[in-house]
Structures are given as C-alpha cells and as structure tokens.
Design a protein around this ligand. Sequence first.
Ligand code: SF4
Length: 341
Amino acid sequence: MNDNLLEIKDLRTCYKVQDGEVWAVDGVSINLQAGENLGLVGESGCGKTTIIKSIMRLLPKKAFCEGEINFKGRNLLNLPAKEMRRIRWNNISIVSQSAMNALDPVYKVGDQIVEAIQIHRDVSKKEAWSRAEELFNLVGVDKSRLKDYPHQYSGGMRQRAIIAMALALNPEIVVADEPTTALDVVVQAQILKRIRNIQGELNSSMIMVTHDMSVVAETCQKVVVMYAGKVVESGPVSAIFNEPYHPYTMGLKNAFPSVKGEKFELISIPGYPPDLQSPPTGCRFADRCPFATQLCNEEEPEVTEVGDHHHAACHHLYKVEEMREKASIRETWSKVSKELA
Ligand code: SF4
C-alpha cells in the first residue's frame, strides 16, 4: 500500500520568458510520508522554491507545470482553484523566508492570526484568540505580545509568529522556505530547536527548503539535493552526510561548518549553475565538477540506487571513495576554479 502523504511524480515547471522558456524544475520526483521531515537543498536558482510554489499552486501567471503532485492520492495540479484554496493553510501551510513581508505592518499580530483562523474555521473570535495564545506558547513567545504590531517584534519573534500562523489549522504538511536564513546564528539555533520540538508534539510533516546543509542536519530525516532543476542525490540524512555519492553533495558539505562542531576547512564550489534557458546536454554539473569526463559532457547520468532509499545521478559512482577523498581537498576545487577563469 502507498503510504505517501505527498507524492511528486516527474514534476516539470516552466517559466515563460521574453525570448523562450526556462524549465526551472525538470523531472523531479519526491515522496513524503506522514510525520517525516524532508530537506530540499541546493544553491539559489536550483529549483527549490519553484517546487514549493508548484505544490502550493502559487506560481506566477506565466508559469505552468507538468507531472503530478499527489496529496493523499489527489493530484493538486488538477484541483479547481476553490478546492486548492481550502487545502492551502488547512492541509499544507507555508512559512515564508521573509517574516517582515509576510506580516501586515498595520495590524496587530494577534488579529492577523485570528483572521487567518476565522477565514478557514467556523469559530468565534474568542476561540480563535485562545488558539492564537496556544500557538504563541508552542513557538515560545509570551501571549501578551499578540497585542503588538510586527514592528515591535525582533526578527526572531516575527519568524516565530509566522511559524505560529502556519501551524494555526494543524496542517498535515508545513513547508518552510528558508525560515532561518535572515536570522543570526543564535536565533537560528533557537528557532530550529523550537521547530524540532513542535514536530515532535504535532506529528506533522515538513519540507524544509534551504541552501544550508547544517539546517537540514538539525531538522530532517531525509534530504533531496537539487542542482539546476534536477534531483542529483536523495536519501536519509545520515547517508547523505556521511557517505555522499554525488560530487555536488560532497561540495555542498564542504561549504558548511559541521553541526557536531568538528573542525575542517570550509571549501566553496567554484562557478555558477548553468543557464536553464539552454541547459547542457550531459551532466548539468559537468563544468564545475572536478571529476568530469567526456562522457559527463555528452550524456545525462541516470538516477541509480546506491543504498537503502539512497539514490544519486552520476556516471562515476564506481569510484565514489576516490571522489570523496579528493573532494575534501581544497586543491581539487582550485583546479576547477582555474579552468573556469
Ligand atoms: Fe561529475 Fe560526471 Fe558525476 Fe556529473 S556525472 S557529477 S560531471 S562525475
């Protein structure tokens, strides 16, 4: 029996631009089970936010999707707009990146949460206010602050208020789009801890969109690594962190401090993702990959199972040990940098 809460099958999302089309998401398949947290990682422009907008059906007018996004067996892409509005917030809610922009500056925060609850639920203002108090308790903000305006909050408090709002209707899935990117590391750590605790209490699922591998390590059980609109590696967090198979994942891992505090040299991946208006024929990572061969430039690698629920798309998986060793050395990436210059 299929026990996936959300099942994305071969999703392709296209933006129509002045002189053509950009397939920002190109053949992505992702599964999410109840109670599971999934991290969607990759650099800016790799397609993470487009996947989220596709799920929520919040794409701009000049964009369209192909494939399937099945939520509890129903394809969201085929639902009438009215039905989709009901699913948003009730079943799938979103914590956006910029808390300041998500809150209306002229309304008190509590009134905004109450309004969101009353739009979707037939409850009195008193009941909705009481729910808002419960939510503030859950996210660690004193309930008296519900009577304040957004500008009276710190950045961390605003983000907590947005998380409270996203949880207001007990959604089955919370989508968090870079929820801690704009915050300093101390507040980020507090918010991540709070998110983990809330997950334990509510048993909701989460899709955490981030470019930061350490955020995923702290909050998720499963990771999907995106590059240039495609999934290049996916699997359990421990497998991806301890035994990455794709050179891009190895590079991403190098670029972030260890969450366990182990000391190692931080190395960034040189270069930029390709222009998706005319993507390369072969592996999309080839011009930045220190292990690229002619085959990589000519043929797109297939997704291969490399472990338990662990998949990667690379032509040279057979020499993964050698790639891991070399990928941890700065000189390996410096050579790429010189070639790109
Ligand atoms: Fe690098 Fe080739 Fe693997 Fe792509 S297929 S990641 S270019 S080794």
